[in-house]
Design a protein around this ligand. Structure first.
Ligand code: NI
Length: 204
């Protein structure tokens, strides 16, 4: 068993529908850390993410550095996003997973995660796709960095990233990887704890 959790941040955006098509064609599941204001603008895509078996996480409402905000402002960023995603999906529960923008966290952010029941999900493979905007770079970064149990950071708001996904999925599947959601990656003994940090599930 070689699980890998592909994660896509900052959407949903204009390319998210195409990404969902590519994932569905390969029966691959992923985790989407949606920005609240984008979820509110494109609720049908949030609904598709949920209906097609992906996991949805909270990436704040307006993508600020949460370490620069007061506790009440952090709470408002997360609450408003949770509500927007609930409104889109019709689910009773807000997403449980938190990915703080830029991966930035401090005691206030971690404590808010603990109080709101949210584990903080970071990553072990950073494609830096937002910086390079290059399909070959994204592909090489994933295939060069991946290990069983990895959490891979990408951004579905970039066409260059979405264009890389089919070849990434095919290569990893050929190598025996299973595409799981973040919660599935940690299911069982290592179940996720609110306020704790997670970068990958590395097994021996
Ligand atoms: Ni982001």
């Amino acid at each position: 068993m070689k699980p890998v959790a592909l994660t896509f941040d900052d959407g949903p955006g204009p390319h998210t529908g195409r990404l969902l098509d590519e994932l569905a064609a390969r029966r691959a599941r992923a985790t989407f850390f949606d920005v609240g204001r984008n979820a509110a603008a494109r609720p049908a895509l949030v609904c598709r993410q949920r209906d097609e078996g992906h996991e949805i996480g909270n990436h704040s409402w307006s993508h600020p550095d949460l370490t620069r905000l007061a506790p009440g402002e952090v709470r408002a960023e997360l609450d408003r996003t949770g509500q927007a995603i609930r409104d889109a999906t019709g689910d009773a529960e807000a997403p449980r997973l938190l990915r703080p923008p830029y991966g930035a966290h401090n005691a206030v952010v971690r404590d808010m995660g603990r109080r709101m029941g949210m584990p903080l999900i970071l990553w072990s493979v950073d494609t830096e796709d937002w910086k390079y905007r290059d399909t070959a770079h994204v592909t090489n970064a994933v295939l060069g960095g991946v290990r069983p149990g990895a959490i891979v950071l990408m951004h579905d708001i970039h066409a260059t990233t979405v264009a890389a996904v089919p070849a990434i999925l095919d290569a990893l599947a050929d190598d025996g990887y299973d595409f799981v959601t973040v919660s599935e990656l940690y299911a069982g003994a290592d179940d996720l704890k609110p306020g704790e940090l997670y970068y990958a599930r590395m097994t021996a």
